[in-house]
Design a binder for this molecule. Sequence first.
Ligand code: HEC
Length: 162
Amino acid sequence: MRLIRTTTLLAVLAALLLLTLDGAYAQDDKAFIEYRQKIMQSQLANIGAIGDIMKHNLPFAKNVAMHAEAIHATSQLIPIAFEKKVTAGDTDAKPDIWSDYSGFKEKAKALQEESEKLAQVAKSGDRDAIGAQLKKVGGACGACHKEYRKPKEESYKMKMQK
Ligand code: HEC
């Protein structure tokens, strides 16, 4: 009798421990997803700010180089932020990132290079050259999204709206 009770108790304890570990793990994953999405949001905020300056001819032309440098700095964090494979949860990251991690890193490197060039071109103050290089930066975002981010229709954001 006592033996049975001990075994039952141990089984319950083991199950509880697993639950706790599982819970901690899921929460951890969520934090990884939210972190990498914040890096992306900062990319959007900076490229959007450059777009505003250019489109509305705001008197902040000098800031363009700084925004480009911010994109350059955060683009260097992309490979680290995505290193841990997390595919479940509110994320649009395709599993292809981790089956082809070197390809993914190449795309991050392309953004690093194009944003660095934009920072240089911005200092020249040549509007046309800045506009042309800004397109290349946008192209580097799009090239990675096309391959490694789920399309809009499959986005977690769509699911949240339903
Ligand atoms: C090396 C690949 C790569 C590059 C380069 C890249 N992104 Fe992303 N981006 C992703 C991936 C993957 C996701 C999906 C992340 C997730 O949901 O976990 C994403 C998601 C996003 C999101 C949505 C974030 C959210 O809150 O769900 C925005 C906005 C974004 N990217 C903007 C940009 C901009 C702007 C650039 C260029 C300046 C850029 N990205 C460059 C891979 C990239």
